[in-house]
Design a protein around this ligand. Sequence first.
Ligand code: NAP
Length: 264
Amino acid sequence: MKDGPVRVLVLGGSTEASELARRLAPLDSYAVTVSYAGRTRERVSTPGDVRVGGFGGAAGLAQYLRTERIDAVLDATHPFAAHMPHHAAEACRTTDVARLRVWRPPWEARDGDDWHEVTDLDAAARALEQLGARRAFLTTGRQELAPFAHLRDTWFLVRAIEAPDALPFEHAELVLARGPFDEAGELALMTDHRVDVLVTKNSGGAAAAPKLAAARTLGLPVVMVARPAQPVGPHVATVDQALAWLTASVTSDARIVQDGAAAG
Ligand code: NAP
């Protein structure tokens, strides 16, 4: 076992990151710092050390890992974080620090679904035009509304955790809500607002999945934005698997085993 606590950096931004912080905090064998980009105005409170703000690319993160003598990085950024996972992979490679990607599985279409899968938000806007959408339920996040702003003939129901600085639509309604959601509530919301298409990122997970069930029940098309590419390397789907990896990765000679030790 390592002499002294294992120094772990959790890259945050997902529910899994918050849960990792909560589960690791009571364990004396770990000294955990959770890092956030600092995008949200009100962060979910997490126990233990927290740092906020970018590192300055892969080189900045590598410097941080050396300075803070980090033993392992749990990359629990959101599945749609396009840059940080690559920076983490590069920084861990150059500093020889163990890294695990905690990456919940994407949703998969099932019988009765009418999904229109697209690669990004611009393609999602084009799909709305092709579908002739009149009343779209937009759940892609408050910072990603601009790609839809030119769709003047579409009314938008925008759901976000925090209010956007501005709503760039002529015809729209804003709903502020944080999951988990349930199917009955999603059905009522979509029916009451006469939504005719749902737009979502393929974030995966149970908390936001009820909107997909509601769309299936209502026979509505879903414009599904695919995830950005991930770096190669070990990954797990759950917090339990990440904790098992962490335990298995601490060896008797006080070193952390690199990549091959991923559990699950
Ligand atoms: P991104 O493209 O991967 O990251 C952009 C930059 O933000 C990174 O290069 C890094 O700056 C900084 N950054 C990202 N995550 C960080 C972290 N955990 N700690 C410190 N700095 C971080 O990600 P994004 O799409 O802008 O999202 C920003 C954050 O929001 C991520 O942490 C992500 O987990 C969370 N989030 C994103 C989404 C989404 O849909 N994109 C949804 C929910 C939550 P430097 O290069 O300066 O280090």
